[in-house]
Ligand binder design. Structure first.
Ligand SMILES: [Mn+2]
Length: 208
């Protein structure tokens, strides 16, 4: 399954597939506008895989969409409360402010997020989200703090569930659209023992 679109200057795409042999993927993405001034982007991996995992992740996407204007720390707390009757999720969220070109992100569990840029030697990893241990809906750290830093035109945010292997940033074609990059990562780096989802978000500059 694939989705893609634009949020302000951000071109985003998400693509996923279930564990081979299964029909339901328990990983979900969110990419929504926040008052025309920012984007809320994230990936939720329902614990385990399949239908009950998808149910937890869908519930999280719904909560995030409804509360999208809140701070990231608040969004994590909202999801934690709202998912207590589900299996729970691993979740990484990013907020991109279009006015200040500031990226903020927070991660609970094992959904990797990296901000990468094109480099003469290949791919430069400019920053990686610091993941806190826990399961949203079951147990999260007492203090959940997001991290902020500048994002520049050309930068690419890649968020990947743990069904994608660790080498997924090795061969990115920066000339390609966000959807093609996401599809290439999924194709080359999805593991055969889990659901897999990749979300890409590219800052295309003020002209969009
Ligand atoms: Mn997983």
């Amino acid at each position: 399954m694939a989705e893609h679109g634009w949020l302000g200057p951000i071109e985003w795409a998400a693509t996923s597939r279930p564990l081979p042999g299964q029909t339901v993927c328990g990983d979900r993405s969110i990419a929504v506008d926040v008052n025309g001034a920012a984007a809320l982007i994230g990936v939720l991996d329902g614990l385990g895989h399949g239908e009950l995992a998808a149910e937890a992740a869908d519930c999280g996407v719904q909560i995030l969409g409804d509360a999208r204007g809140e701070a990231l720390e608040t969004l994590v707390q909202c999801c934690h409360r709202g998912l207590s009757n589900t299996r729970g999720v691993a979740m990484t969220l990013a907020h991109i402010d279009f006015q200040t070109d500031t990226l903020s992100w927070v991660g609970i569990g094992n959904v990797a997020a990296d901000l990468v840029a094109k480099h003469p030697a290949g791919v430069e990893v400019r920053s990686s989200v610091r993941l806190a241990g826990g399961i949203v809906g079951y147990r999260i750290p007492e203090v959940v703090a997001s991290q902020d830093f500048p994002i520049r035109p050309g930068d690419l945010l890649v968020i990947a569930s743990d069904g994608i292997d660790e080498n997924h940033l090795d061969d990115i074609d920066f000339a390609a659209p966000a959807l093609t990059i996401a599809e290439q990562i999924l194709h080359s780096h999805a593991k055969d023992n889990d659901d897999a989802l990749v979300l890409t978000a590219r800052h295309r500059g003020a002209s969009g």
